[in-house]
Design a protein around this ligand. Sequence first.
Ligand SMILES: [Mg+2]
Length: 382
Amino acid sequence: MNSIPTDSWHEGDALIIKRVDAIALSIPLKKPVIMAGVRLDISYNLLVRVEAKNGLVGWGEASVAPTMTGDLLPGMVSAVNDHLAPLVLGQNALHRAVLAQRICHGLHHNTGAKCALEAGIADLVGRHLKVGLSDLYGGALRDSITAMYLLGNPRVEDDIAETQAKKKEGYRFFKLKVGIKNPLEEAQAAVQIRQAVGPEVLLCADANMGMDFRSARIFLENTRAADLLFLEQPLRDDDFDGMVALARLSPIGLNADESVSNVAAVIAMARAGSIQGANLKTIKMGGVGATVHAMSVCAALGLNINLACKVAETSVGAATIIHLGCVAPNVNWGVSITNHYLVDDIVKTPIVIDNGQMRCPRGMGHGVEVDEAKVERYRIRA
Ligand SMILES: [Mg+2]
């Protein structure tokens, strides 16, 4: 493990971490979100508040993800309070790369907790240096990105109506949640949506591991007229051979999400020829810096990148993923934020999607200002 450089210029400008708070949040969703095997009515998120001796505060966030990272709120709070915070308390946040390594190696798995703490430190450093996250991580290639809208209604008529309404609002990129019903029925629904919305919008599908090989083959064979950009995670996360076999017969590229919880998995799947893209989430990779690293690896492998918040993170998580989307070299497979699924947000000016576009927040750090009164309103008290 690397040690803090002793002769660093940072010593004269120390940003000492004085306090770390792991805050459990519960915010209701506007309407239930249904995906393979899961129905969500409330979002449970970990918020980490990192305070420096000079009074500056940084914030990081991670959603629970029982069927993705396995992270649950009590464990995430404990991971930060009992294992990760002691690794960074009293340390100079400007050594964020070393602190990120300590966080990464200080505990096995627990990528959500690691992410929230590391993102909080990155936000703190950005505010101290008076730069945005995208400047901290290589610089923005663009200042706005196209938003991908998630569709997951029980009835195709409602998906079509929602798609048409969102198209009028300016959305041009839709992800259909599948792997829930009969694959032929889902394939026909995808074709119906394509026929209803026209050829100019981008449409893709995410099965969240909800298909077996046969179902996935039926879905792929019957969605040619839907002109899907890709199918995401049709099979179980550990079915690497199944993904290779499916890729050989698929007319479209496959995207990996639940299967790629680290960079090694991305490389292995790309080498095996099973994927043309990877869905990167900060909660899987374990932080902002780790996600930037994964983005570079994807670019080197020629993979498309899909960046996403888990359902549903607040504007803190949304702002972070937008900064990453502006830095990513090949974010061709969509960026989705999820704060608009929540009945309320915890920042003073929530992130909005305007005409299907998300502008990179202009402020320092992740660029949104947390409203601590709102945090108290949604805090889960033990
Ligand atoms: Mg997914």
